[in-house]
Design a binder for this molecule. Structure first.
Ligand code: COA
Length: 330
């Protein structure tokens, strides 16, 4: 049966590194608090670059790795929480930046689950025979929407900027995406949100709304934590069952890099050996939303942790709430 597989991944993070010590200078926080609560030591922030700047660099790398030119892309799936413009989204902008006008592109804004939703769309496109070569871009510029005063410290210390670009192709072999499961639940929308610009207001955006902090990311950290540690294990089990793969067959789990404490709690609930099976690189990048899984996959591959034929699980949880998991035979 025709399946979708991940052929190559490119990544790019902006060069500016912001350490916990840098944050200590601008808000009432400490390196110790951030490390203990999240495992994060540093993150990258843009310094003038926009979302498609990061996306372009990651795409240039993945095209080279996949032995492709931009014209070989059949369809772009673009995931971000913040595109260059409010409208249009990043997908059409990438056709301009890559010089491939006319290429179909779809934008998704599924927050930290953007990569999983992107995989589910790519899987459907490829398995149905509609397309052969999909470019899944996950590019996130969060630092411009964070509140770096002490008031915003619970959220601002957690997020970082970065991008990944993933090429998915068709195969008739037994490798590829065996299952992709996605969920959403809008009852908790306000627990992790950026409210403005919003159609709740007319006009969408005013100085008063910005002054009230509505243009910043707001989070109920405890609610996010509580739901994440429940939904991650549930959806991983669901994806394993759908794929017909046993937990003990899994060589690597690459969860969305939200927070090391969440990853630890999930590993414990699934009875997985944290340092052997579950990959984490959050200490270097913070939470890069939909880019975090492919960035972690890229680094896991570079470190020789993934071999052809291995069973891999990727899983996410984030704003919406949204969550998902996929079982992949590498
Ligand atoms: N530096 C220092 N102190 C901070 C701080 C910071 N950056 N952020 C919050 N605090 C303070 C709080 O104000 C609070 O102070 P108080 O006790 O005087 O009121 C104290 O630390 C404890 O706050 P609390 O919210 O109970 O901390 P916590 O143990 O729940 O950890 C999070 C907070 C955000 C780290 C935690 O809730 C979490 O990891 N949530 C999930 C976040 C996440 O992963 N989001 C993305 C999902 S995609």
């Amino acid at each position: 049966m025709r399946k979708a597989y991940i052929d190559a991944i490119g990544m790019y993070v902006p060069p500016k590194i912001v350490t916990n010590q840098d944050l200590e200078k601008i808000m009432d926080t400490s390196d110790q608090w951030i490390r203990e609560r999240s495992g994060i030591q540093e993150r990258h922030h843009v310094d003038g670059e926009c979302t498609t700047d990061l996306a372009l660099k990651a795409t240039e790398e993945v095209l080279e790795k996949a032995g492709m030119v931009a014209e070989d892309i059949d369809h772009i799936i673009f995931s971000t929480m913040a595109s260059d413009y409010f409208v249009p989204g990043g997908g059409p902008m990438m056709t301009r930046r890559l010089g491939i006008p006319g290429t179909p592109a779809v934008d998704i804004r599924m927050a930290c689950s953007g990569f999983l939703y992107g995989l589910s769309i790519a899987k459907a496109f490829i398995e149905s025979g509609a397309h052969d070569n999909i470019l899944l871009i996950t590019s996130e510029v969060q630092s411009v929407a964070l509140d770096f005063s002490t008031e915003g410290r619970d959220t601002a210390v957690l997020f970082g900027d970065g991008a990944a670009a993933t090429v998915l192709k068709a195969t008739d072999t037994d490798r590829g995406l065996l299952s992709v499961v996605t969920h959403s639940d809008g009852r908790y929308a306000e627990d992790l949100m950026m409210r403005t610009p919003s159609t709740l207001d007319n006009p969408l955006l005013t100085h008063a709304l910005l002054d009230q902090g509505h243009g910043r990311v707001k989070m109920n950290g405890r609610s996010v934590f509580k739901h994440a540690i429940t939904k991650f294990p549930q959806v991983i089990k669901e994806a394993l069952e759908k794929a017909g793969v046993e937990k003990d067959q899994i060589k690597l789990v690459v969860p969305h890099q939200a927070n090391l404490r969440i990853t630890e709690a999930v590993a414990k609930r699934l009875d997985l050996k944290l340092h052997e099976v579950v990959y984490s690189n959050i200490h270097k990048y913070g939470n890069t939303t939909s880019a975090s899984i492919p960035i972690a996959l890229y680094e896991a591959m570079a470190e020789g942790k993934l071999h052809r034929g291995d069973y891999l699980v990727v899983a996410s949880f984030g704003a919406g709430f949204t969550w998902g998991a996929s079982v992949i035979k590498w």
